[in-house]
Write a protein that binds this ligand. Sequence first.
Ligand SMILES: *[C@@H]1O[C@H](CO)[C@@H](O)[C@H](O)[C@H]1NC(C)=O
Ligand SMILES: *[C@@H]1O[C@H](CO)[C@@H](O)[C@H](O)[C@H]1NC(C)=O
Ligand SMILES: *[C@@H]1O[C@H](CO)[C@@H](O)[C@H](O)[C@H]1NC(C)=O
Ligand SMILES: *[C@@H]1O[C@H](CO)[C@@H](O)[C@H](O)[C@H]1NC(C)=O
Ligand SMILES: *[C@@H]1O[C@H](CO)[C@@H](O)[C@H](O)[C@H]1NC(C)=O
Ligand SMILES: *[C@@H]1O[C@H](CO)[C@@H](O)[C@H](O)[C@H]1NC(C)=O
Ligand SMILES: *[C@@H]1O[C@H](CO)[C@@H](O)[C@H](O)[C@H]1NC(C)=O
Ligand SMILES: *[C@@H]1O[C@H](CO)[C@@H](O)[C@H](O)[C@H]1NC(C)=O
Ligand SMILES: *[C@@H]1O[C@H](CO)[C@@H](O)[C@H](O)[C@H]1NC(C)=O
Ligand SMILES: *[C@@H]1O[C@H](CO)[C@@H](O)[C@H](O)[C@H]1NC(C)=O
Ligand SMILES: *[C@@H]1O[C@H](CO)[C@@H](O)[C@H](O)[C@H]1NC(C)=O
Ligand SMILES: *[C@@H]1O[C@H](CO)[C@@H](O)[C@H](O)[C@H]1NC(C)=O
Length: 697
Amino acid sequence: MRIVQIFGGLLGLAAAAASASAPPGYVQHEKREHQPARWTKLERARGILPMRIGLVQTNLDRAHDHLMDLSHPDSANYGKHWTAQQVIDAFKPSQNTVQTVQQWLEDSGITGVTLSDNKAWLAFHATVEQAEKLLRTEYHEYEDVHTGGVLPACDQYHLPRHIQQHVDYITPGIKLLAPEGIASSSHDIPLTKRGDSEGEIGLHRNSKSVARTRGPHVRKPKAGPPVNASDLSICDQVITPACVAALYHIPMSNLTSPNANNSLGIFEAEIQFWDQTDLNLFYANFTPTIPNNTHPISLNIDGGRAQTNYSDEGGPESMLDLELAYPIVYPQNITVYNVDDIHYQTWPNDTYTWGFNTLLDAIDGSYCTFSAYNETGNLANWDPTYPDPAFQGYNGTLQCGIFKPTNIISLSYGGQEVDVPIAYQKRQCLEFLKLGLQGVSFLFASGDSGVGNYAASAGGIDGPTGCLGPNYNIFNPTWPNTCPYITNVGGTKVYPGHNITEAQPESAVYDPSASNYSSGGGFSNIYPIPSYQAGAIATYFADHEPQYPYYCSLAPANATTPYDLLNITALAASDGNGTGIYNRLGRGVPDVSANGDNIATFIKGAFALSGGTSASTPIFAAILNRINEERLAVGKGPVGFANPVLYAHPEVLNDVVNGSNPACGTEGFRAAKGWDPVTGLGTPRFPEMLELWLGLP
Ligand SMILES: *[C@@H]1O[C@H](CO)[C@@H](O)[C@H](O)[C@H]1NC(C)=O
Ligand SMILES: *[C@@H]1O[C@H](CO)[C@@H](O)[C@H](O)[C@H]1NC(C)=O
Ligand SMILES: *[C@@H]1O[C@H](CO)[C@@H](O)[C@H](O)[C@H]1NC(C)=O
Ligand SMILES: *[C@@H]1O[C@H](CO)[C@@H](O)[C@H](O)[C@H]1NC(C)=O
Ligand SMILES: *[C@@H]1O[C@H](CO)[C@@H](O)[C@H](O)[C@H]1NC(C)=O
Ligand SMILES: *[C@@H]1O[C@H](CO)[C@@H](O)[C@H](O)[C@H]1NC(C)=O
Ligand SMILES: *[C@@H]1O[C@H](CO)[C@@H](O)[C@H](O)[C@H]1NC(C)=O
Ligand SMILES: *[C@@H]1O[C@H](CO)[C@@H](O)[C@H](O)[C@H]1NC(C)=O
Ligand SMILES: *[C@@H]1O[C@H](CO)[C@@H](O)[C@H](O)[C@H]1NC(C)=O
Ligand SMILES: *[C@@H]1O[C@H](CO)[C@@H](O)[C@H](O)[C@H]1NC(C)=O
Ligand SMILES: *[C@@H]1O[C@H](CO)[C@@H](O)[C@H](O)[C@H]1NC(C)=O
Ligand SMILES: *[C@@H]1O[C@H](CO)[C@@H](O)[C@H](O)[C@H]1NC(C)=O
């Protein structure tokens, strides 16, 4: 029995009575329960069908162990990253699966069967009659009433009993690929724009309304000359590159010949472009050692464009990322991945997925067709599709595997776990794991709205408070941060009056003047606590019991639906007395933190203070890039997935023990000695981190 997710939010639970109608020796494999209103069933299909059989892949359950085996510092295989081909081979369907299904096709008179490059699919052409006989089904034509497009599909199909265990699913099958609109799905909440509140610059988005849940908090530009770039006594007011270097003891890079394979990767989307004039102003004022016109390498994916020519479309996110990272990594290069064509970047029906899958497709071609958790490839209406026939659309095909991933990728975008289908999240999380096996580190901003999402009044899309449940008070963890195979960076700040020569001048960030900005943190409702984090979380609960009632419950492992259909109330009520407001069984966020408030930037020609965990992330990413540089120089590999090392060696971080991350009508969690769900293990200590990683194989 399997769950079939019907787009448009309807959940088709496979009918229990199905096998009753199956022909002898056959079992029903998939059945559509609800007929999406958007589709009209027409006459029987005719002609030739391009058939694809997704084969059940092996070893997904061992993926976690594989990653730990090469990223835990105590493992004999530490640092022995895999090649892309080894990853494909480890997770491909078993030989038995391929042979059994091939034999069945051959016995059924099907010819011209090919195995896909990533070994996950069998493809062939069949007449409708052949396909109907093979799958004991009937194909009809379905018309999309919105576009007039017609495609073949069936309402259910069957497989021989001995074949079922080898097949994930078959297309054309029950899926009607252009789904119903977002408006009828769980996203039935208007996406609204944030960034116009007092003290912030509105993002110019061609009237696009977008729920930005990360992002720079840019204050109004300040008139007049900026601050003294080398004066460390101002770090409690303005964070300059000199302040970042002093806080984390980062010496200026002394590289004369940077490694050509170690450019720092930064992800951008949603009309966030970099501008050379702003970069030049920044260098001239703060980092005179960086030459005028230094700029990143722009890798544009599926029509993306990374650079702007000094206009109002310039993006504060991209400028913030570059102005934090360049002072740390220069003379090493920065590579900006900008995803999706202008039509999608300005699409009013924001899909809330930020183009992460567009990036993953481009840096790992096998992801384009990879199946897991009953999902394959990009999800229509959640991910952009190419070619894009729209005005300014990218008219090429989806770019798969066109770029080699950089060793580190910094991503300052994200949303909430509750708003993204679980199967979609898990497949994407598995991809972060697979790239981790290949030595790639993903660093994500942990979120800027504490233990919840933004309130509706501040642009949040999760109800009035941004928190869950009937009383709108259940904490709302961030996505994709709860994936256990990425490193999440929370935010800290130097509060007024603190001097950076203090042992720990930073506390958890909280800035009421910027939409109550506070460091995203909390516990997943989907992913269990990973092994590397178990001790840290147990200590937190033992030593610093949060003052709130909690629940102990995770979404069922086989859940694939959009999360809110699982009914968070039921989840929270499933343990204790139903008053719990946070989960005690989930993966904790963030892992580490770095400064993210009052950051000195030049944006749109003017000096401005900016911030966000958007700022914290490129700082941490740039530090790991410097560590990679030195590991590569002595013939070692990149650090790859960093969490197991960091959790085993918290002494290489400054423990942040003050502050909290307010939201949901609470002060949030409190920062405390040891790991906490506000600042993680703490902020970087560059020399100690470098020494630790240089000592690992
Ligand atoms: C946005 O979604 C609505 C509701 O599904 C639909 O009517 C509209 O055409 C969509 N707009 C675009 C530009 O796709
Ligand atoms: C800037 O600060 C440094 C260090 O405090 C100081 O030596 C220098 O004189 C200051 N420059 C100006 C122009 O005030
Ligand atoms: C910070 O501490 C240093 C060293 O103790 C001192 O010289 C400096 O004046 C202090 N700055 C501020 C702003 O208190
Ligand atoms: C360059 O800086 C690194 C720290 O980033 C240090 O380990 C190394 O010794 C320095 N090399 C030279 C030649 O100064
Ligand atoms: C940095 O990028 C530029 C432009 O692509 C290239 O010419 C240069 O060789 C790169 N430097 C390194 C160290 O990779
Ligand atoms: C960069 O990687 C390529 C292979 O991907 C390798 O041939 C080359 O030697 C590497 N360059 C350096 C400087 O390590
Ligand atoms: C930097 O380069 C730009 C464009 O080439 C030029 O207009 C500007 O004067 C230069 N600035 C400095 C400080 O050299
Ligand atoms: C695709 O786009 C390119 C560049 O914008 C244009 O020259 C070409 O005509 C387009 N092709 C089609 C089939 O629309
Ligand atoms: C429910 O349990 C929490 C502890 O989890 C406790 O604080 C609270 O008082 C309990 N409420 C009721 C009504 O029993
Ligand atoms: C999910 O698994 C549980 C327990 O294994 C089972 O009871 C339930 O029916 C499954 N749900 C679906 C929709 O398959
Ligand atoms: C995906 O489908 C397979 C085959 O029908 C089923 O066994 C499996 O439980 C499903 N996985 C999830 C996560 O629903
Ligand atoms: C959610 O669960 C609660 C508690 O089990 C129940 O009272 C409520 O009716 C459920 N809501 C929906 C929409 O299923």
